[in-house]
Ligand binder design. Structure first.
Ligand code: 13P
Ligand code: SF4
Length: 326
């Protein structure tokens, strides 16, 4: 997670993103960036941006940037009156759960997630009936309703620690089947899984990685743990988006393939220009619903406010806070 100083003008910002954003496009961004900075001051607002946001959002208007875990922690700690989530809906719900007194906005209500859409609270209750006494670990990429039915949450950054903290030889780990299998391989703890997949990461294949290795000698391959286990096995390192960022920082100058969403390499390329980022990547259509223009509208009109049923929020918060305490 990094902080950038809020600024009142756009001078110097273009230098950060000049190799990614053509000058003509930048001209269309400048007005939105200025308006967003003014609105942030007026509303006492902060913008939290996930690592998969496009560079003009990530490097030019975000106040707090990071993976799902860092954004949850920062949402809990901020004393801003308004939190704008430049991310997807479950992240905004998590922010609201952890900071019920702030107004939480998401610029596009349809910024969803294939994992969050794969499971309901009722599904979790049925799993509990089928496997009585087995602890339920829920990935944060889920609705508040699903979190409310869970014992504890996890992110890709702490899943191993969370699962090991339970002291159980069997865990219900939902809804990401691949994350569960990858953590099972790391911990030896037996996983009862759900057939949810990330539509971005499920598309990568080991053959694609092998082809890239043949074409790019010395390539270091980093895969997100939402990838299928055979893709993780074909990689050199696996971790959350923040862990990938740390790895790149510690190996500047390498030739790197990030097996994840496209903006991840774009954003790291701004920070580490000496590193060569090799593609391919896949785009998350949900993350890409967030734009400078709808962030500006969100702050102008205070839309779309994310609200939660208080009882549901309090049960979901318990599972998220238990995770944050680990
Ligand atoms: P992390 O940033 O927590 O690794 O999560 C990736 C993701 O897919 C978020 O939607
Ligand atoms: Fe969901 Fe995958 Fe998009 Fe992340 S990248 S928001 S897990 S669909």
């Amino acid at each position: 997670m990094n902080r950038i100083t809020p600024r009142g003008e756009t001078d110097g910002l273009y230098d950060r993103v000049r190799h990614l954003v053509p000058e003509m496009e930048w001209e269309t961004f400048v007005e939105d960036i200025r308006a967003i900075e003014a609105l942030k001051r007026e509303r006492n607002a902060v913008i939290l941006a996930h690592n998969y946001q496009t560079p003009e959002i990530f490097h030019c208007v975000a106040d707090i940037r990071g993976d799902s875990l860092a954004l949850a922690r920062e949402a809990q700690e901020t004393d801003a009156d308004v939190i704008v989530m430049a991310g997807v809906h479950f992240m905004a719900e998590t922010a609201k759960m952890l900071n019920p007194h702030s107004t939480v906005l998401i610029p596009d209500l349809h910024a969803g997630c294939s994992l969050a859409d794969s499971i309901t609270g009722r599904d979790v209750r049925l799993l509990r009936e089928r496997y009585p006494g087995v602890p339920v670990v829920t990935y944060v990429n889920t609705s508040a309703e699903v979190k409310a039915e869970s014992d504890i949450c996890c992110t890709s950054g702490n899943a191993k620690r969370v699962v090991e903290s339970l002291g159980s030889d069997r865990v219900i780990m939902i809804p990401d089947e691949f994350l569960a299998r990858n953590i099972e391989a790391e911990t030896g703890i037996r996983m009862i899984t759900w057939a949810g997949h990330c539509e971005v990461h499920e598309r990568f294949t080991p053959q694609e990685i092998e082809r890239m290795r043949a074409d790019h000698p010395g390539l270091v391959v980093l895969a997100h743990p939402e990838c299928p286990p055979e893709v993780v096995a074909a990689s050199d390192f696996s971790g959350s988006t923040a862990m990938m960022g740390d790895f790149v920082r510690e190996h500047t100058g390498s030739r790197i393939l990030l097996v994840t969403e496209c903006s991840m390499s774009d954003n790291l390329a701004v920070q580490y220009p000496q590193t060569e980022f090799v593609r391919p990547c896949n785009m998350c259509p949900h993350m890409k619903r967030i734009t400078l223009s709808n962030i500006r509208q969100s702050l102008e009109n205070m839309t779309h406010e994310v609200t939660l049923d208080p009882e549901l929020a309090s049960r979901g918060r318990r599972a998220v806070e238990r995770m944050l305490a680990i």
